[in-house]
Design a protein around this ligand. Structure first.
Ligand code: SF4
Length: 302
């Protein structure tokens, strides 16, 4: 089955089947169903870029209690923001979110903008995040493309495995073509397709027997050719990596009081490989995540 052969009726059937599934199985996440502000939706999208949504929930709740809008976050210190980011991983995202908050406060009067061009001009916001905010927070009829959505659409309508990598023009065409007419229906479709990719149509082992699209999925009908071969990147090991060392350093700093330093002797004990520790400290410093004093003590930035 090629994209050219997809009939509009197939999309209509898929919209109905997935809409019903969404009503029954959508996870009750606190930023969904109109319970959060557009700013809250953006925070959740940034937090879940490289972290599972279920892990994000407690962090998001604490974060939104402390900094309910962009102006509140813009006024927080870097140390507070890095501390609250906790173990979400890739902590540079926290500083980018704070930079974004400063711009939203100063350029947009503390209101997250409602156009793609304005959103994409903000620090840390790329194509996916801008589209997700427009669809999920503002209810605009725009296609949203992340890895999960691409995998589901490619499998169901093109009948082939999705190979990851950068988004291709045919991915955008398919996402645009598959989008329901109404803005509200389009927002449900985007979220439901993403949810299906996260919970049922997984990369390696899709649970086709539980899938609401199983009787119309071209990939299943074709015998799931090349299943899982899209995952060309082997999972990165974590033990012993710079990511682990950077995480250990930040974990040692978070419990300290504001401005308090970790003495050099204690820094040296954080990791046995002194060269690797040194280069990780330097990269954390370059990223603005720590400050190193002349004697070698470290602290979170003020
Ligand atoms: S039938 Fe299987 S491959 Fe097709 S969308 Fe559902 S889970 Fe994915």
């Amino acid at each position: 089955m090629t994209q050219a052969k997809i009939e509009t009726a197939s999309f209509g059937r898929a919209h109905r089947a997935l809409g019903a599934w969404w009503e029954q199985y959508a996870r009750d996440l606190p930023w969904r169903f109109g319970r959060s502000t557009p700013w809250g939706v953006l925070v959740c999208e940034v937090m879940s870029q490289q972290t599972q949504m279920s892990r994000v929930v407690p962090y998001w709740q604490d974060w939104m209690r402390m900094w309910p809008d962009a102006a509140a976050l813009a006024n927080a210190s870097a140390a507070e923001v890095i501390t609250a980011w906790g173990r979400l991983g890739y902590p540079r995202r926290a500083l980018r979110l704070k930079e974004c908050a400063v711009q939203v406060r100063d350029r947009f009067n503390n209101e997250l903008p409602q156009t793609y061009d304005e959103l994409i001009s903000l620090p840390g916001i790329g194509d996916y995040t801008a589209s997700a905010v427009l669809s999920f927070a503002y209810g605009q009829r725009v296609p949203v493309l992340d890895t999960n959505i691409r995998r589901v659409l490619t499998r169901v309508f093109a009948g082939v495995e999705s190979h990851g990598g950068s988004t291709k023009p045919q991915d955008r065409e398919l996402a645009q073509e598959a989008l329901p007419e109404g803005a509200e229906a389009a927002a449900v479709w985007n979220q439901a397709t993403m949810e299906l990719g996260a919970l049922v149509c997984m990369a390696k082992s899709p649970a086709c027997q539980e899938c609401p699209l199983c009787d119309m999925c071209a990939f299943l009908a074709a015998g799931r050719p090349g299943l899982g071969e899209g995952r060309t990147r082997p999972r990165q090991r974590f033990q012993g990596t710079d990511r682990q060392v950077r995480g250990i350093v930040l974990a040692a700093l978070r419990p300290l009081d504001s401005g308090q330093t970790l003495p050099k002797e204690q820094v040296d004990e954080l990791w046995s490989d002194a060269a690797q520790l040194g280069s990780c400290l330097a990269s954390l410093d370059e990223d603005g995540l720590i400050e190193i004093e002349p004697g070698g003590a470290i602290r979170l930035p003020r």
